[in-house]
Write a protein that binds this ligand. Structure first.
Ligand SMILES: Cc1cc2nc3c(=O)[nH]c(=O)nc-3n(C[C@H](O)[C@H](O)[C@H](O)COP(=O)(O)OP(=O)(O)OC[C@H]3O[C@@H](n4cnc5c(N)ncnc54)[C@H](O)[C@@H]3O)c2cc1C
Length: 512
């Protein structure tokens, strides 16, 4: 019991850094700072680490809350950036490869494609004879630009080196994915097959920087996707355990209400419990939109430019997911692949416009976890999820009065659509069901409008510009941000990279 006037002494007088939120980005950052000998406090509002990277148990089944697939992991023998980074920091996750790239279901095309440039190009050749060489040239170009983008993440300061030695990357900076595809004169059908990942990054190909697209293609198609064997919660738990073993103090059930600022400098935070804790560095996992609109104390310390910045950014997509445990083995349900993309066509401009309307034509991504992880469910059961990714505007027509109705109707429509596509009445086999809506994410991680992918990637708000000029977003001295809202940050692998990058920036700060 708390005695009035005698608060429990959870905290030190002063920390080198205080982190708001113990999710993937914050935990990675904390580990980097702790390894450099810094005293770090993480304040997490929930009773477990990971944010969206988590799982939950319903009816005795453990259900993955979010993760479809992760990029930049690679195999043990050929590790990619994020596996290397985690292992360098002593975090060893049991990774499982995802067997297919995707099963693309369009009215005029229905087939599965697999990772590996050669395999992928040969499979496209079967559908579009004569295209193999061109496809391989295009994919190789993606590889070159993607490797440059990775170098940029790791050597942010070395701009001149980047300009001199990464010409294809520099030349394509001003071009969208759609424009580069056009420059390669790829046939329409080939372009359709190369397009479905646009929904995972939330921008139509005409407005998606080619840089972002090249990384997604090189990592998912070139190197394949991976998932942790024990759900994304395994990754979060292992990061938190490693952080604590390095001396990071993690306090759960502690929501930060205010970030304290004096004369343009951060001085600490105040929690909902009323504790004031001091540090010259505060790193927020909460979105800049939330921080500048309601968390800075006093509000007069919010720079006008910071508000202008958050108002100028567009929230990226949110998600509506139906997660099912089905009482049949996957074979009986015709679930032979890991990932499906369903859409009425592949014109990403039109599809993106339709994401404004919950009832519009839908692009869905469906995942059968058992195809990468046979132990995802007890024997005889199957884990299957269907996700649509509406724009945040789409959900604004939902009110407190019609929320339940919309939620149930949409879930039913998604289940019916997939039942029809698979030729199996899925609703006859539901052992457990969870419906996640934008409200779920808004409530759980505090993202504005329930956004799950940070701010939109677009040609006018380019990830490379944001990555190369991080100081342009430092409006209050000592206040940093890390997470899906950071530069290059959306998605689980990118946020881990973002946490490491922000740690490097903090450690290179004069006097740190
Ligand atoms: C349905 C769905 C599917 C997805 N699929 C994929 C996928 O297949 N691949 C992929 O790479 N990514 C995927 N993502 C995206 C990915 O999950 C996120 O981009 C990533 O996990 C975000 O991590 P983060 O570190 O930014 O923190 P978040 O997960 O957003 O968590 C923020 C943390 O900060 C805490 N916090 C916030 N405010 C406060 C406060 N005031 N005080 C204390 N604590 C606070 C929250 O409690 C939370 O723990 C998916 C997301 C969803 C919703």
């Amino acid at each position: 019991m708390l005695l009035k006037g005698k608060p429990l002494n959870y905290y030190k007088e002063h920390y080198d850094a205080i982190l708001i939120g113990g999710a993937l980005a914050g935990l990675t950052l904390a580990i980097s700072l702790a390894e450099a000998g810094k005293s770090v406090l993480i304040l997490e509002q929930h009773n477990l680490p990971g944010g969206i990277a988590t799982s939950f148990v319903r009816g005795g089944f453990e259900m993955e809350a979010a993760l479809h697939e992760m990029m930049e992991i690679g195999s043990k023998d050929e590790p990619r950036r994020i596996r290397k980074l985690l292992e360098k920091h002593g975090v060893f996750v049991d990774w499982l490869p995802v067997p297919d790239a995707y099963h693309l279901c369009l009215p005029h095309l229905d087939r599965t494609f697999h990772p590996g440039f050669d395999t992928f190009a040969s499979e496209i050749e079967e559908v579009c004879p004569g295209s193999r060489k061109q496809v391989l040239e295009f994919l190789d170009f993606c590889r070159i630009c993607s490797e440059s983008a990775t170098t940029l993440q790791e050597e942010m300061k070395n701009v001149l080196h980047i300009l001199r030695h990464h010409l294809p990357f520099v030349r394509t900076l001003g071009y969208s994915a759609g424009e580069v595809m056009e420059a390669f004169h790829l046939p329409e059908k080939v372009r359709e097959i190369l397009s479905p990942y646009w929904i995972y990054v939330g921008a139509p190909l005409s407005d998606l920087p080619f840089t972002v697209y090249s990384v997604v293609m090189n990592e998912y198609i070139g190197h394949g996707a991976y998932i942790p064997k024990k759900t994304s919660h395994e990754m979060s738990l292992k990061l938190a355990e490693r952080a604590e073993s390095l001396g990071v103090q993690i306090e759960y059930r502690q929501k930060v209400e205010k970030i304290l600022v004096q004369n343009g400098r951060v001085t600490g935070v105040r929690t909902a419990r009323g504790d004031e804790i001091h540090s010259d560095i505060v790193v927020s996992g909460a979105y800049p939109t939330r921080v500048y609109q309601s968390m800075i104390e006093p509000a007069s310390e919010v720079p006008r430019e910071a508000l202008q910045m958050v108002h100028s950014r567009r929230m990226n997509l949110t998600a509506f997911s139906v997660i099912l445990i089905l009482d049949q083995p996957k074979e009986a349900l015709h679930l032979q692949d890991y990932c499906w993309f369903h859409a009425a066509h592949m014109n990403s401009d039109e599809l993106f416009a339709e994401l404004k309307d919950l009832r519009g034509s839908r692009t869905t991504a469906s995942i059968c976890l058992n195809n990468a992880n046979p132990s995802a469910t007890p024997e005889g059961y199957t884990s299957f999820s269907v996700t649509m990714m509406p724009r945040v505007e789409a959900w604004q027509s939902v009110t407190a009065d019609n929320y339940d109705l919309v939620r149930h109707e949409l879930a039913k429509e998604l289940i019916d659509d997939m039942s029809e596509a698979l030729g199996v009445p899925l609703s006859d086999h539901i052992a457990e069901i969870v419906i996640e809506t934008p409200m779920t994410f808004a409530r759980y991680v505090g993202s504005p409008y329930g956004g799950v992918y940070g701010y939109s990637h677009s040609m006018r708000d380019h990830t490379v510009a944001r990555t190369m000029t991080p100081e342009a977003e430092e409006f209050i001295s000592g206040l940093y941000f890390t997470g899906a809202h950071g530069a290059g940050g959306d998605g689980m692998a990118p946020v881990i990279g973002n946490g490491a990058n922000v740690a490097r920036r903090i450690l290179s700060r004069p006097g740190t």
